[in-house]
Design a protein around this ligand. Structure first.
Ligand SMILES: Nc1ncnc2c1ncn2[C@@H]1O[C@H](COP(=O)(O)OP(=O)(O)O)[C@@H](O)[C@H]1O
Ligand SMILES: Cc1cn([C@H]2C[C@H](O)[C@@H](COP(=O)(O)O)O2)c(=O)[nH]c1=O
Ligand SMILES: [Zn+2]
Length: 191
């Protein structure tokens, strides 16, 4: 017998820090669960803020998640009956995250991803931009610029209250102590 499987797809929720990416991922997962879809959530081990076994938003919403080091580990957990796979902080995964999401979507799964599109310098972060190009659905969210109140598409890194240099390392896990949401005009990256 020929079985026609449901069609899968990839969703990307992106934007600056504090724009609501994790809240939106959590919202989509909770709604999928209301719809009796079997779901699973992953996040990278490196993100040790808040709670180790949950995706937690800056406003405190949360959903249980499995910590993984590399995207290929997802295949160890995703059984045939799982219909929705969510991955937060997708910018921290290697290039293999693209293949993993494509394979899951080709297997008929809904793949919900969230992550930063740009780093504190304002340039593409990890492989989110590639994922955006292969995804069926892309939502770019805006935070509020804490300097001027306009919509914010950038993330300002502050070290001891001053804008971080462009020569600083790209990865610095953190939240309000090191980062602010800012608009294009208020975002500063000293060389
Ligand atoms: N400058 C800001 N603009 C908008 N929301 C902010 C800001 N600073 C803090 N927040 C809080 O952050 C929440 C979004 O958190 P979260 O979903 O974790 O964002 P992200 O995953 O994009 O960093 C908002 O609902 C709000 O409570
Ligand atoms: C801009 C920027 C961010 N990070 C880190 C800081 C946080 O741990 C995450 C982003 O979390 P959020 O859910 O989007 O709030 O990424 C970094 O390492 N480097 C950067 O340039
Ligand atoms: Zn501004």
């Amino acid at each position: 017998m020929h079985i026609i499987k449901d069609m899968g797809w990839i969703e990307v929720v992106t934007g600056s820090m504090f724009s609501g990416k994790s809240e939106e991922l959590i919202r989509r997962v909770k709604r999928a669960r209301y719809g009796k879809k079997k779901t699973i959530v992953f996040k990278p081990e490196i993100d040790d803020r808040y709670c180790p076994n949950s995706v937690v938003s800056h406003s405190g919403d949360q959903v249980n998640a499995i910590n993984i080091n590399s995207a290929t580990e997802i295949f160890n957990y995703v059984t045939e009956d799982i219909e929705v796979v969510a991955i937060d902080e997708v910018q921290f995964f290697g290039k293999d995250v693209i293949d993993v999401c494509q394979k899951l979507a080709n297997q008929g799964k809904r793949v919900i991803t969230a992550g930063l599109d740009t780093d504190f310098k304002g340039v593409p972060f990890g492989h989110t931009h590639i994922l955006m190009s292969v995804a069926e659905y892309v939502d770019k969210l805006q935070a509020i610029c804490v300097v001027c109140g306009n919509p914010a598409s950038k993330t300002q890194r502050l070290i001891e209250g001053r804008p971080a240099s462009a020569l600083d390392p790209i990865i610095l896990v953190g939240a309000k102590e090191s980062y602010e949401a800012r608009c294009r005009r208020c975002h500063v990256v000293p060389m």
